[in-house]
Ligand binder design. Sequence first.
Ligand code: FEO
Length: 402
Amino acid sequence: MSKMSKKITNKVTWVGKVDWELKTFHGDEYSTMKGSSYNSYLIRDKKNVLIDTVWTPFDKEFVKNLKEEIDLKDIDYIICNHSEVDHSGAFVELMREIPDTPIYCTANGAKIMKGHYHKDWNFVTVKTGETLDIGESKLVFVEAPMLHWPDSMMTYMTGENILFSNDAFGQHYATESLYNDAVDNCELFEEAIKYYANILTPYSKLVIKKIHEVLSFNLPVDLICTSHGVIWKDNPAQIIEKYLEWADNYQENQITIIYDTMWNSTRTMAEAIAAGIQEVDSQVRVKLINAAKEDKNDIITEIFKSKGIVVGSPTVNNRYLHSLGGLLEMVKGLRFQDKYAATFGSYGWGGEAVKLLNADLEEAGFKLVDEGIKNMWVPDKDAIETCKEFGKKLAVEFKPNK
Ligand code: FEO
């Protein structure tokens, strides 16, 4: 019977799970239209080491496959780089068989594992710079708190020059090919930036600090073995450089108009604003997105790429529409920096939506350039002209941050 594992180097074997069917992650918080993988690795040196496991629904399959690769009793150490269930979910099944095997993790990792599984396993807590001798190679631990959980950690393997980075540099991207040079690179980078935008944006200052700290160790890196998606083998530095770029208040020459609409009046306004922007600046990329029809995480990625956003909604029951409500809650949590915003919307009476959108965008840290425009009922020729003029103004006032 052929094994499900994949050999990476003479000493390291991939023993994870590729999940082609996964369409949502973190409950429904993150869309994974291209699936994902839970990468786990087995190191064979004088000592045998397992790095991370897989998500709970695959726990039995994981342990069964692992047994085909190694007698579980021959595993000397387990490294738990991160205790979120997509990587620790198979521990219960695994530790049932080898309950005394030491689990190396951060102090926060041990707390979270106990909080999740309520088991008193043999945790050995480690700090940045501490090492574990496994024979010819050593494992060097690097804590990475809040990238993206308090317990997050990376493990570096000397000799093989592998950084086991866990979530960092990963993507929700199912592939059987395993390496970055063997997959469609447009898809790969779309998923990598989506992952950064939706998960790591609030921690960007820490990302820059941590990358510089790791680079200061001057450790050669031949492979970055992530816990989701591809292994960075061809020029692994490229994803580190991308992270430094994305973490530095990233933006492209893009303005995204995000709206919802009931009878198309607000959509008509959105299109006129877009026309006004393009009239002044034909180089800026303008995208229109109906928030009720597009994937929320893709919208977040477009906001991440934008120097400014224009948000529009009609007024219903004195509020703005719910598709924007959910989205703006996500936006507030992500704490985007250095981005402009403006608002618009149609109304029949009241017209509170624009004011409420302004308040929420301000709370989210956007720089509002105007009090916004409202139009009563269906926009006529003059109203469309007003929207165009508004767009022209935004084209000038949404300046690039670099
Ligand atoms: Fe892939 Fe934070 O778990």
